[in-house]
Design a protein around this ligand. Structure first.
Ligand code: NAG
Ligand code: NAG
Ligand code: NAG
Ligand code: NAG
Length: 655
């Protein structure tokens, strides 16, 4: 199938911003890393747009982009600074402090954004110790302020999070909340450790005994994580498929990869990082004490969590959920369920492949290996990562993409299962049709990949494991050497994502577009098999982008209006967004396509819908495929932040 679309992007020389973000491959990352982390630069960059900063921005070391071929001559690719910019742009452009949230997010995507912020703060905190020789005390103070400032956003979001709404959503929605607050707890814990190490070395600005104020928030975060873990745990069901989490209590039974991976990751993270929770709210402690199922005083390292994670892992690996490429398909229905059959087997698989389904499991596997000292969990994670990288069309053995994007060659390489040309994509990326859910997916993959491959990931292996120090060191060394091999691929993806930044520094959804270098109005032709397989087949249902089909497979018969019990085909109301933002499928819900979707579509169609940027006079000035569909959003910004953080974190293995 060859179809033609007009897809192009401004040439790097068109705007100064584009030049600033041009990337270089020529300098080894290790060299760049040694050159950098001038936090003064970071702080200046963060505050340049706002109030007057005591830190004037340093001159940018720009060479003329024309001098040695566009995109190859600028040694200014500074991962840490770019990551920091992605964070500060995210909070400046999308976070509203007066309401304490990202207003255009939806409940679950906000939980993920807050996770990205906390994870980035943790990464930044590590760099506090890497003090520059010429750095004055004032600069150190500002670094602390930067961290405290974004941590304030996390606290604000704690109160803005609509915990009551999320209680009535799907089980996966609840588990994003758990992961988010556990991430914040880990940030606070690690920040405290960094500060006390600095104090011990005489680098701190405070007496050694004083604990950072962020610690006071740990009980609150722990409480929310515990509440939502308990709510979600009710989704574990043993009557069908021999176990596994149900996705959504209001739909036909569907046991999908994401809910089970989340339950595994959240449970093992609770086991490792949850500090206990004596807060019995929403029940009085008397009531709680009298409920046998209710553990009134949750303690750290409760074996309940560890067992839940192991059980979820056991179920997932025996569920036959991976496809011929070794990637997780989306999930299983139970054929005949609800129509008198006694079948209880998970036998109707949705073959749709999403990036995030290959991601969340990674931090679960890391946690299980930390908790047990068993290396096979890590091997399972590496096997999956390799399958993902292969499915982006990248040859890890030779460290080159299988097909490349060559400027001047307008053919878009084939879809390889989860991307093309060595760049991670979701199936909706190329057509610009990603839903708000899908816009969050690649960032989620990168977040969990970074967790898995962080050089500090295996610092703590549970003391009860029987391994001696030599054995632990060997596991760490093998893990590090496996992670190191992903860096060139990761760098390529970060470079692509950076290329999608617009003049305000905001990241787009379709990263591959960031590597396409076409002059205005040139045509990009889709090569053979460039489009992902159609999602209209019976066994490939892209419900995250197209909405849950209103068919008996997905929706309970009693909930189907008579007009839809016969095979659907009718456009109005045949699909429903699965979750979030008040449009969750509910028993008696409004099945009309939501007004906001409709308006959104009409906003976008027309010039912007095709990726055309209008100039002030209403003429067409540039081409940008990332303006199509929902365009740039807080979710796509979270993706850009996550890929840069992943590159920064994983490239520590190179030092
Ligand atoms: C809890 O149990 C104790 C003793 O069994 C009883 O005295 C008390 O009233 C109970 N509290 C509640 C709230 O049910
Ligand atoms: C695993 O799933 C695939 C796809 O649904 C199916 O063809 C195959 O028969 C299943 N294998 C087992 C052992 O159930
Ligand atoms: C399920 O139903 C079939 C007939 O529809 C029957 O032959 C079979 O014995 C039943 N299995 C169980 C476990 O009840
Ligand atoms: C769906 O939309 C139609 C037309 O706007 C309206 O008459 C109908 O009541 C709506 N249905 C529901 C369930 O809200």
């Amino acid at each position: 199938m060859v179809s033609e679309l007009l897809l192009s992007r401004p040439h790097p020389q068109d705007t100064p911003q584009a030049i600033r973000y041009t990337y270089t491959d020529t300098l080894s990352l290790a060299t760049q890393v040694n050159m950098l982390v001038s936090w003064a630069v970071v702080v200046a960059a963060a505050t340049a747009a706002g109030a007057a900063s005591p830190w004037p921005p340093p001159p940018l070391k720009l060479k003329n982009a024309n001098s040695a071929g566009a995109g190859r001559s600028l040694p200014d690719f500074n991962v840490f600074q770019d990551m920091f910019m992605a964070l500060s742009d995210m909070q400046d452009a999308y976070f509203e402090r007066w309401v304490g949230t990202w207003p255009k997010g939806i409940d679950w995507t906000r939980a993920v954004m807050s996770t990205h912020v906390a994870a980035t703060l943790r990464t930044i905190s590590h760099e506090l110790e890497r003090r520059q020789p010429n750095e004055g005390a004032g600069c150190a103070t500002r670094k602390h302020e930067v961290i405290a400032g974004y941590f304030a956003d996390v606290i604000a979001y704690y109160f803005a999070e609509d915990a009551f709404a999320i209680r009535n959503q799907a089980y996966d929605d609840m588990l994003w909340v758990v992961l988010g607050w556990l991430e914040s707890i880990q940030f606070v814990d690690e920040h405290n450790r960094v500060l006390s190490r600095m104090a011990a070395r005489g680098l701190g600005d405070r007496p050694r005994a004083e604990t950072w104020y962020g610690s006071r928030w740990i009980p609150a975060f722990a409480h929310r994580a515990r509440i939502f873990w308990e709510l979600a745990a009710k989704g574990w069901d043993t009557t069908l498929c021999g176990g596994g989490m149900l996705w959504n209590p209001r739909l036909m039974p569907y046991k999908n990869a994401i809910t089970n991976e989340l339950f595994m990751a959240a449970s093992i993270s609770m086991y490792l990082h949850f500090p206990g929770d004596p807060n019995t709210s929403p029940f009085s402690s008397d009531f709680a004490a009298n409920q046998s199922h209710w553990n009134a005083d949750w303690r750290p390292h409760d074996p309940v969590f560890g067992k839940a994670a192991q059980e979820a892992h056991r179920w997932l690996t025996t569920s036959n959920m991976t496809n011929a490429q070794g990637l997780y398909a989306d999930g299983f229905h139970i054929s005949g369920h609800g129509s008198g059959s006694n079948n209880t087997r998970c036998d109707e698989r949705d073959e749709m492949v999403y990036t995030y389904n290959q991601g969340v499991i990674l931090s679960g596997l890391l946690g299980l290996s930390q908790a047990t000292g068993r290396e096979h969990y890590l091997r399972e994670g590496h096997a999956l990562i390799k399958n993902v990288i292969r499915a982006t069309g990248y040859d890890l053995a030779r460290n080159v993409p299988v097909d490349d994007l060559r400027p001047g060659n307008e053919r878009l390489p084939p879809w390889r299962g989860l991307g093309r040309a060595g760049i991670l994509e979701d199936a909706c990326d190329v057509s610009g049709t990603c839903s708000q859910d899908a816009q969050t997916f690649k960032g989620i993959w990168m977040h969990h990949f970074a967790t898995f491959c962080s050089p500090t990931a295996l610092q703590q292996i549970h003391p009860h494991t029987k391994l001696d120090d030599t054995a632990k060191a060997a596991i760490r060394a093998r893990h590090a050497s496996a992670c190191r091999r992903y860096i060139p691929w990761l760098r390529r993806n970060a470079r692509a994502a950076m290329g999608t930044r617009d003049a305000r520094g905001l990241f787009g959804m379709w990263w591959t577009a960031g590597l396409l270098q076409f002059a205005n109005s040139e045509e990009l032709e889709f090569g053979e098999n460039a489009l992902p397989p159609s999602s209209e087949g019976d066994d490939v249902v892209d419900y995250r982008n197209l909405g849950v089909p209103q068919t008996a497979v997905w929706v309970r018969m009693v909930d189907l209006p008579p007009s839809l019990v016969s095979p659907p085909g009718d456009e109005t109301g045949s699909r429903q967004k699965p979750m979030g933002d008040g449009r969750l499928v509910s028993a008696k819900g409004n099945r009309n396509r939501s007004a906001t979707d409709h308006d959104h579509y009409h906003d976008r169609v027309g010039k912007r819908g095709l990726g055309l940027e209008e100039d002030e006079a209403g003429g067409i000035s540039t081409w940008d495929p990332n303006l199509r569909g929902r365009g740039r959003t807080v979710e796509t910004q979270g993706g850009g932040l996550a890929v840069l953080r992943a590159l920064w974190v994983v490239s520590r293995h190179e030092l």
